[in-house]
Design a protein around this ligand. Structure first.
Ligand code: NAP
Length: 250
């Protein structure tokens, strides 16, 4: 897949240290994109990722911030823009899950998942709005989940955060369309990463039985879609919520 305009773009990917985010960062690098990523503190891992991005053909900038630390986030990004950088794309990918039955969910679990999965995306995107409008033809991709559309046992809180992203995505698309900023949500089904590795084998078998394409998704499957949504190839698509789940939710 060659998306030539991505070679002229700078894209921020959150949660790129591993899993889906890392594959998105490397897929963008293969398109020669300037990839900006955040990391929470592991300097060696950030250096390794920057090296991998450059080896794949991209340019890398690492910014140190936790997505829930809004002061650190704005200060890192203020410095990035003060250095004369432009941002054409944003992938709000950082996220976490904590599967547990409703009876066991504590109020602080709700705060934690809301803060990482939903609030951080809203704070970061809102902060970046003026920069994205300035870039001309910018694209935002929010990483929701199939669970945000269909619900799931033991994932009430996670599902609510991911459903919240759907409302946010559609509203951003409406509000910023006149400024040529697009915003779409991606809803992966079951993708093989650390997040899903934590599930019991029995749950994995159950999932697989219900996936018409008969396999778990690869991180590359999601990265292909995200690259398309960031590129001009998708320039007439905004406010969409795109399932990428092997047919799980047909
Ligand atoms: P993962 O392997 O667990 O990776 C999560 C990423 O988010 C890591 O880079 C992690 O950074 C980062 N992160 C978490 N909390 C953060 C914070 N407070 N500040 C900064 N970064 C933070 O997850 P994944 O499976 O790749 O999932 C990526 C996204 O896709 C998530 O939003 C997830 O909800 C969504 N999703 C995944 C699946 C699936 O089947 N895997 C399905 C649907 C949706 P650290 O390395 O520093 O922890």
């Amino acid at each position: 897949m060659i998306l030539p305009d991505l070679a002229t773009k700078t894209v921020l990917v959150t949660g790129a240290s591993r899993g889906i985010g890392r594959t998105i960062a490397l897929a963008l690098a293969a398109q020669k994109t300037h990839v900006v990523f955040n990391y929470r503190g592991d300097e060696a891992a950030a250096k390794e990722l920057a090296g991998a991005i450059e080896a794949a053909g991209g340019k890398a900038t690492a910014l140190k911030f936790d997505v829930t630390d809004h002061a650190a986030m704005t200060s890192a990004l203020d410095a990035f823009f003060a250095a004369g950088n432009t941002l054409h794309g944003l992938v709000n990918n950082a996220g976490k899950s904590k599967d547990q039955l409703m009876l066991r969910v504590k109020p602080e679990d709700i705060d934690d998942l809301l803060s990482v999965n939903l609030k951080a995306t809203m704070v970061l995107t809102n902060y970046l709005t003026k920069h994205l409008m300035k870039a001309g033809g910018a694209s935002v991709v929010n990483m929701s989940s199939i669970v945000g559309l269909m619900g799931n046992t033991a994932q009430t809180v996670y599902a609510a955060t991911k459903a919240g992203l759907v409302g946010y995505t559609k509203s951003v698309a409406k509000e910023l369309s006149s400024r040529q900023v697009r915003c779409n949500a991606v809803c992966p089904g079951f993708i093989a990463t650390d997040m899903t590795a934590a599930l019991p084998d029995k749950a994995k078998e159950e999932y697989q039985k219900n996936i018409p394409l008969g396999r778990f998704g690869e991180t590359q499957d999601v990265a292909n879609l995200v690259c398309f949504l960031l590129s001009n190839a998708s320039c007439y698509i905004t406010g969409e919520v795109i399932k990428i789940d092997g047919g799980l939710y047909i």
